[in-house]
Design a protein around this ligand. Structure first.
Ligand code: SF4
Ligand code: SF4
Length: 234
């Protein structure tokens, strides 16, 4: 219904399934029927995703956004024809760029896993309203996307502070936290999508979740040391 509904995950899934190009069409900027102005979001999302595609080694022109009203049938045909021609000129996904298919799919899968993290980190820019085309090029810079994906945050539960209250485990959207009653909780880094919920919900009196950037995550405590020893009340 609305171009603002298009998500980074949808676009990455399309490329991961082998399509050669993705076209996002929205209403004219400034003419959205809703207060949400989702077409600005679609524009930001496409600019971000083009940078991500380039980082993977894919031609960013495989993704295009264009805006037109429902009455502009001729314009729609012209834009789609032009995009189709462009994609034919570029060639087959990955093959044209000289990428190994397995490596490309691994990279697409890795970025897909980071979609919640990317959306949280780039929320301000994804919700911005760019009024001039001159702002498009540098809205997301190469350096910024490199830093985003090279210095991915990790979340770690400090075994000395965890009180096994189980709140984070219940709230984790992907079941990435192992723990139980009187059992110190541990984050499975391979499953974690870096949404930051555990950091937000861990009671401040415990403050057991750390956000780690640019440093290795400490290994989890051995199983035998995960039994919580509660201090006796005085
Ligand atoms: S950041 Fe925390 S809540 Fe979010 S997926 Fe990772 S472990 Fe789960
Ligand atoms: S919310 Fe904090 S104290 Fe409670 S189990 Fe999770 S990390 Fe431990």
């Amino acid at each position: 219904m609305c171009s603002g509904r298009v998500d980074l995950a949808h676009i990455l899934r399309a490329f991961a399934s082998g399509v050669d190009g993705v076209f996002v069409g929205g209403c004219r900027l400034g003419e959205c029927n809703y207060i949400t102005h989702g077409n600005y979001h679609a524009l930001n999302l496409v600019l971000l995703t083009q940078r991500i595609l380039a980082r993977i080694g894919l031609n960013p022109e495989r993704l295009r956004v264009a805006f037109m009203s429902a009455g502009e049938g001729n314009r729609f045909v012209e834009v789609v024809d032009d995009f189709t021609r462009k994609i034919r000129d570029i060639g087959l996904l990955g093959q044209a760029e000289g990428l190994d298919k397995t490596a490309m799919n691994t990279e697409l899968a890795e970025v897909s896993r980071l979609v919640p993290y990317i959306k949280i980190e780039k929320h301000a820019k994804l919700t911005a309203r760019l009024e001039n085309e001159s702002e498009y090029t540098d809205h997301f810079t190469v350096e910024e996307i490199d830093q985003l994906l090279d210095e991915v945050v990790c979340y770690h539960i400090d075994p000395e502070k965890c009180q096994a209250c189980m709140i984070c485990r219940r709230r984790c959207p992907v079941d990435a936290i192992d723990g139980g009653k009187n059992r110190i909780h541990v984050i499975d880094q391979d499953r974690c999508i870096k949404c930051g919920t555990c950091l937000d919900v861990c009671p401040s009196r415990f403050g057991a979740v750390d956000k780690i950037v640019g440093m290795p995550v400490p290994p989890p405590p051995p199983e035998a040391q995960r039994i919580l020893k509660r201090k006796a009340k005085a």
